[in-house]
Write a protein that binds this ligand. Structure first.
Ligand SMILES: Cc1ncc(C[n+]2csc(CCOP(=O)(O)OP(=O)(O)O)c2C)c(N)n1
Length: 615
């Protein structure tokens, strides 16, 4: 039987939405929701955020004329609906798959995607820049910036707001308020947004007054232009309008983010104002899909949770253990308590776990303050987000030689989320911070040991970096301690090649050694990537060839420090550094990407055989 045609199939570009009436738009919304659920269930991704923004996206594309008008999406994880409406329906089943479309906006994919983002809180700055360019060139493009209440907690968003208000540039800011980041949004501003949202009297009274006022001819006219004094007076009881208006930004709202008609009217009013306007839209994360509406995080935000046997789990378990024995241990997260593995610690020690919002820079300097106050802060953060706070790590923590422990998850090639989510910079950047110690565990047990040992280090910061992949389980005899490196195998006597394999690369090196028959292979697990371990280096230089391997940028990384040391030492061994080449690498399965860079057992074998044949 032929399947009934979907309304969605008739939408190839935003202008096709304009042919649909509100009843048809309701049907379209539900078709989009089904497709979102089906695709994300297969491919993974951000479900809740996209389910919550269906009507808002449709309304935006009906009122504005994209791509002439510029719609910018903060973070960019909520652009699946935008992709469906802007001509990517056919490719949507390949969302986040190798060779498929990206889970974030992508300039290569569509002229409707103006920026390639995925780190939060940047969009108001882009908007300010684009609006300034408009002003200088008499351009008539309208600039629309969609930002969530979670992303509004980031410092950069406040900087952008402040600057927009000051400059008076014309930007329509849509505050997509669902009360959540990954977890419920942590911010004082958000608390007052919640007061508005959860106050039925306010919402009812506002509605009634609006209806009443619309009936009075001249008031209705003014109201149409969105400058109702009555409305403003009632809103003043609550803080957000006052907050925005003090910055020089007009506040309109709140509006029902699932009522297309209401949003369209609000947007049409908003563009009539001079200067920046915030349109406050209330949405429900996970809307229309029961598991996403009810599940606190897994379905609500994205579909990847903490996996059993992962490095994250080893961290999570051990943090509770060290928290039990040391009451000064505290944990800090920038809005990601769940995926960084802090939930057990927070449950056990609610007063010692701090969620500071999407604010990595603040998290780091707050940790510095806690350490100054005698606490032992553990900052749990993804590698890609940590690099936002390098200045704070360098000066606020490093210069003060404070014993802050950085627990860095998702280091290395992460896979499905693409160029912005790989954690490739941490080794290169952190190794330039004086007194920083960087550990890379090669197993579940190593991570446990390293976290416990880090508490003994009190003369400066420590970083422990690990990947998303499952952690090998090993016997305790195969675990090092302190700042020692660990020699993994006993050599036959022939000293052909010494492989120094950082973190998760160790298992590939062990695999490679089994394939390198007839060649004398020594393997070290460096454990600490910076500063370098002397015993390991002394042993390495006895070999004809030294191969280093790491899952970070090869430039400026662990291997390049080894090379620098051995050069300085005038050793006559040849050194080859294997690592990720310096480039923006698109989304793909981590193993495929790593093997394309020669960072697997086969790649190591080829490198070693080739190099030895040349010596
Ligand atoms: C700098 C930075 N830190 C952390 C993240 C991880 N992250 C992705 S989406 C998100 C929550 C965003 O919340 P909100 O802006 O309210 O959007 P919602 O998903 O609720 O629609 C977080 C913390 C990020 N993308 N960027």
């Amino acid at each position: 039987m032929k399947e009934a045609a979907l309304l969605l199939d008739s939408v190839n570009e935003p202008k096709d939405l304009k042919n649909l009436n509100f009843d048809e738009l309701k049907i379209l919304s539900s078709e989009i929701r089904s497709l979102l659920v089906q695709t994300v269930e297969n491919n993974g991704g951000h479900l809740g955020s996209n389910l919550g923004i269906v009507e808002l996206t449709i309304a935006l594309h009906r009122v504005f004329d994209s791509p002439k008008d510029i719609i910018l999406w903060d973070t960019g994880h909520q652009t699946y609906v935008h992709k469906l409406i802007t001509g990517r329906r056919e490719e949507f089943s390949n969302l986040r798959l190798p060779e498929g479309i990206s889970g974030y906006p992508s300039q290569n994919e569509s002229p409707h995607d103006w920026i390639e983002n995925s780190h939060a809180s940047t969009v108001l700055s882009y908007a300010h820049g684009l609006a300034s360019a408009n002003s200088l060139s008499d351009n008539t493009r309208r600039i629309i910036a969609v930002i969530g209440d979670g992303s509004l907690t980031g410092g950069m968003a406040f900087e952008g707001l402040n600057n927009l208000g000051h400059s008076g540039e014309k930007v329509t800011i849509i505050l997509n308020d669902n009360g959540r980041s990954y977890a419920p949004t942590i911010s004082r501003l958000s608390e007052s947004l919640i007061r508005i949202r959860s106050n039925p009297t306010y919402m009812r009274r506002q509605h009634r007054l609006e209806k009443l006022a619309e009936g009075i001819p001249w008031v209705g006219e003014i109201l149409e232009r969105g400058i109702s004094a009555t409305k403003a007076a009632i809103r003043e009881i609550f803080e957000p309008p006052a907050f925005f208006e003090a910055l020089g930004i007009t506040y309109l709202g709140p509006f029902d983010g699932h009522d297309i008609d209401e949003i369209e009217q609000a947007l049409s009013n908003a563009v009539e104002f001079e200067g920046p306007v915030v349109v406050h839209v209330l949405t429900q994360k996970g809307r229309g899909h029961a598991p996403a509406e009810m599940d606190s995080i897994k379905h609500m935000h994205d579909t990847s949770g903490m996996k059993s046997g992962s490095y994250t789990e080893a961290f999570s378990e051990t943090l509770v253990k060290i928290g039990e024995s040391n009451p000064n241990v505290v944990a800090i997260t920038a809005a990601m308590p769940d995926s960084t593995g802090l939930l057990s610690f927070r449950e056990r020690f609610p007063d010692r776990c701090f969620d500071v919002g999407i604010a990595e820079q603040h998290a780091v300097t707050a940790a510095a303050g806690m350490a100054l106050g005698g606490l032992r802060p553990v900052v749990a953060v993804y590698s890609t987000f940590l690099t936002r706070a390098i200045d704070q790590i360098n000066l606020d923590v490093g210069l003060h030689e404070l014993p802050v422990i950085f627990c860095i998850d998702r280091a290395g090639i992460t896979g499905d989320d693409g160029p912005s989510h790989h954690g490739l910079l941490d080794i290169s950047l952190l190794s330039k911070i004086p007194k920083m110690k960087i550990f890379a565990p090669s197993s579940y047990q190593e991570l446990q040991q390293m976290l416990e040992d880090s508490l003994e280090i009190v003369d400066g910061p420590v970083a422990i970096r690990w990947p998303k992949t499952p952690a090998p389980q090993v016997e305790w005899e195969e675990v090092g301690s302190g700042t020692d490196a660990r020699r993994v195998n006993k050599t036959s006597g022939k000293k052909d090649v010494c492989i120094l394999a950082a973190g998760k690369m160790l298992s590939e090196a062990i695999e490679a050694s089994k394939l390198l028959s007839g060649i004398g292979v020594t393997i070290w697990d460096p454990r600490i990537l910076h500063p370098l371990n002397q015993e390991m280096l002394e042993d390495a230089k006895q070999h004809k060839l030294v191969v280093t391997i790491e899952d970070g940028y090869v430039e400026g990384g662990f291997g390049s420090s080894v090379l620098g040391y051995l050069n300085k030492d005038n050793s006559d061994c040849r050194v080859i550094n294997l690592g990720v080449p310096l480039s923006f690498h698109s989304h793909n399965k981590p193993d495929s990407l790593l093997s394309s860079f020669g960072l697997d057992a086969d790649g190591i074998v080829k490198t070693v055989q080739q190099a030895l044949s040349e010596i």
